[in-house]
Design a binder for this molecule. Structure first.
Ligand code: ACO
Length: 374
């Protein structure tokens, strides 16, 4: 019996706080004209104090579940692709799992920088096709504003915060995720990195003083690499899926720089109108950029069920990749309508209480266990 992995739900979450290029020019030596002409970016959203990669990811996830008519208990696996995890560990995926009350789900983070969402879709699809799981939540979520060097005008103008999520489900109907390409070239690891804070350069007064906990990038080299691999990965993934470039209805590229997308379109001889582009309003949101663009195009009716869509991206690592899908939309209901999930507001209170309850029970267990040992 063949199993296929379909994208059946989607959702996004972006901070309300917007920072325009004019706002940027108030803190660094730049201009709206420079940023727009070099990148295509006009503004980005910046997380507020209470927001985090997990909180934005959880919001996007709940919206995606609603579209798919699934409850948090239906999820078997959560993969969070992120370049700005809350911690080295625990994984942001586990924090999202707790925040949405996905009590039956496994959870892990996937680190492949901006290519992470593409790889996460492929990993979830593979797990669904093998029969290992039925329902997965794939999330791209970022608070990169906390990791950029606000004194480095060449990088801080590029990035923004936000999250997007897809629900992937098993079905015997053909379609859904058709093929994938995943590539890496670690020899270019130094071109885009956060040098310190890991095991190679643990945090010290010197690493902080040298600003090594912020994003460092060789923009020109990354630009050259990106223009080369975007077209190649698109060609490869389409070839693997057994259709032609001209059959693509939509390309949803990683939203890093308009000039990179234009060059890829030229190389592929595809009209730019077939590319979903929204970086003007969000900047580069790394792993969140592809779902943020996709959800906009689905919501405004550009992407329709049956459309052939290619997601293609690149990022630090270096990494790059693409996924070809036949867009599905929500599957026919397999059970009565699930949402509003146990009356939304009440459910949120319940999952918070549940999380605190688990913490308290661990505390009590620890005390009792400690007494028994002594
Ligand atoms: N405002 C004004 N001037 C600036 C700014 C700014 N914000 N930033 C740099 N400049 C200046 C530089 O100082 C330089 O001045 P100089 O010639 O006097 O030395 C000049 O502009 C040109 O600088 P370049 O770095 O050569 O500018 P370039 O045209 O390459 O554009 C950019 C820079 C936009 C960063 C481009 O290289 C780029 O988009 N690269 C790809 C980056 C990318 O996509 N990264 C994300 C990867 S995804 C991930 O994994 C996170």
């Amino acid at each position: 019996m063949n199993r296929f992995a379909h994208i059946t739900g989607w959702g996004t979450s972006v901070p309300a706080n917007v920072m325009t290029n004019a706002d940027m020019a108030n803190i660094i030596d730049t201009t709206d004209e420079w940023i727009r002409s070099r990148t295509g970016i006009a503004q980005r959203h910046i997380a507020e104090a209470g927001q985090s990669s997990a909180s934005l990811g959880a919001e996007a996830a709940l919206k995606a579940l609603k579209v798919a008519n699934k409850g948090p208990h239906d999820i078997d696996l959560i993969i969070v692709a992120t370049s700005s995890p809350e911690h080295i560990f625990p994984s942001t995926a586990s924090l999202v799992q707790d925040r949405i009350g996905a009590t039956h789900a496994g959870a892990f983070d996937l680190s492949a920088a901006c290519t992470g969402f593409i790889i996460a879709i492929n990993m979830a699809a593979q797990a669904i096709r093998t029969g290992s799981i039925d329902t997965a939540l794939v999330i791209g979520t970022e608070t990169l504003s906390r990791l950029v060097d606000w004194e480095d005008r060449a990088t801080c103008i590029l990035f923004g915060d936000g999250a997007g999520a897809f629900v992937l489900q098993a079905s015997q109907e053909s379609g859904g995720v058709l093929s994938a390409v995943m590539r890496s070239d670690g020899s270019g690891g130094d071109l885009l990195s956060i040098p310190a804070g890991g095991s190679k350069l643990p945090t010290s007064a010197k690493t902080v003083q040298d600003r090594q906990h912020f994003i460092q990038m060789n923009g020109r080299e990354v630009f050259r690499f990106a223009t080369r691999v975007m077209a190649q990965a698109t060609e490869d993934v389409v070839h693997k899926a057994n259709f032609a470039l001209s059959d693509i209805n939509w390309v949803v590229p990683h939203q890093a720089n308009l000039r990179i997308i234009e060059t890829a379109a030229k190389r592929l001889k595809l009209p730019l109108e077939r590319f979903v582009i929204n970086l003007e309003r969000y900047g580069n949101t790394s792993t969140a950029s592809i779902p943020l663009a996709t959800v906009e195009a689905v919501t405004d009716g550009r992407i329709q069920p049956g459309d052939r869509v290619v997601f293609v991206g690149f990022g630090a690592g270096l990494t790059w990749g693409a996924v070809a899908v036949q867009w599905t939309g929500p599957l026919p209901l397999d059970k009565p309508k699930v949402w509003p999930y146990r009356l939304h507001g009440l459910y949120r209170i319940y999952i918070k209480l549940r999380s605190w309850g688990l913490k308290v029970s661990r505390l009590i267990e620890g005390v009792v266990w400690g007494r028994r040992r002594s």
